[in-house]
Write a protein that binds this ligand. Sequence first.
Ligand SMILES: Nc1ncnc2c1ncn2[C@@H]1O[C@H](COP(=O)(O)OP(=O)(O)OP(=O)(O)O)[C@@H](O)[C@H]1O
Ligand SMILES: [Mg+2]
Length: 471
Amino acid sequence: MASDATPETKATTVLVVDDDADIRVALEMLLRYEKFEVWTANNGKQGLQRLAKEKEAGEAPDLILCDVKMPDMDGMEMLGELQEIPEAPPVVMISGHADVAMAVDAVRRGAVDFLEKPLDQNRVLVSIKSALRQKQLKRENTGLRKQLSDRWELVGKGAAMKALNEQLERVAAVDAPVLITGENGTGKEVVARNVHLRGPRAAGPFIAVNCAAIPAELIESELFGHEKGSFTGAHERRIGHFEAADGGTLFLDEIGDMPLAAQAKVLRVLETREVTRVGESKPIAVDIRVVAATNADLAQAVEEKTFRMDLFYRLNVVPLRVPPLRERPEDVPLLAEHFLEAIAKREGRRAASLEPEAVAFLKSQPFPGNVRQLKNLLEAAHVFCEGTIQRGELERLFADGPSLSAPTTAFAAEEDPFTSTTFEEFKNASEALFFRLKLAQNEGNVKRTAENLGMQRSHLYKKLDRYGLKN
Ligand SMILES: Nc1ncnc2c1ncn2[C@@H]1O[C@H](COP(=O)(O)OP(=O)(O)OP(=O)(O)O)[C@@H](O)[C@H]1O
Ligand SMILES: [Mg+2]
């Protein structure tokens, strides 16, 4: 990590700005003893000149210690000037007794701390180290946020994706509920994450709830929380997803599968902005944005009376439709490249490329499992191909299984149940393989897989989760 951000390394530089030579010398000695690099300046003007000169050489201090009262340009003025500079170093003010009030004011205006004269050596070091630590945390935070938005990058530059991106940008800025619709694997969750990350709530939590994965009898307690002892099995008080999403976004995935009773309660929360835990009477205010997604036709569900009309209208304030991949074949090459690069990064090797014929072939495919299917297909192709992926290889993978992504043959040797040493391992490996195959045979459609297997969908979700089979 950035070596300049910890006081233990030589590269950490502090700029000391003070008109009092004794203080400059004392601080310089103290800081050099602690292995800091020290620059000095007699007043704000000199300090800024030094910053400008060093900047030309690509240098900048990690922190500035700045006296409040100085001739020419005082600390407050210098602080004001620094606020104009992007990514300016943190400033710790130094003040005499008489100007503590000003120092406090400086902290209000962006200084990170103030030190009172006569300076206590320990206090100086603690303040500097804490400011540097804060700076590092801030940098790490920015890095993490960047990683997060990379992880959820919405790839695609064709007309359909451009239009979606434009809508997304507008929608992200406001707080209205959003309903995302689209076939399986089109990228509804990616879109939901983008609504969150591109909006003012980005720093808040993003809580994703798969409504189809929660057994009907538990959905209220999952969403709204419960008090200890409110029903059999409620051993502990539990915070619901609505509360957990306070200050951020609640993503209600597969909303079409929400039981009617829960739908009525969700509608109430959306109207009142309050939740009541199961077994409690006192409501709790929640500040959330709701984003819902479904691959079902909710308008039809409303007609069939399996989905409440009032909730549909409330959620559908801003509809976002994610088009199926076959409607945007122009995005296929970009998506393919994106996935191949991600695979390569994960495995620490060079990204495979697709020969032009292979790209043309992919663009012509209907992809009933959409982007997820393309992604799985490339995962499989990558297992078999070194360097360049040929059209023939893809054709073979398509021909291999109903999933068109050949998970039956593309399982790695270590997944083979018969290599298990214990019965327990064998059972788990077989089960994982079985669900993976069944899911693939249904193009990743969990609902259909559950129906075909005669299983409860929430049960199947648990299995898929356990074996890391969703996405
Ligand atoms: N435009 C895109 N750019 C990059 N990755 C994408 C894009 N669209 C989808 N993906 C990837 O494809 C996979 C499926 O996407 P996602 O889970 O968002 O689809 P979904 O519509 O929510 O699917 P489901 O209907 O099964 O819930 C994920 O791995 C996701 O990261
Ligand atoms: Mg999804």
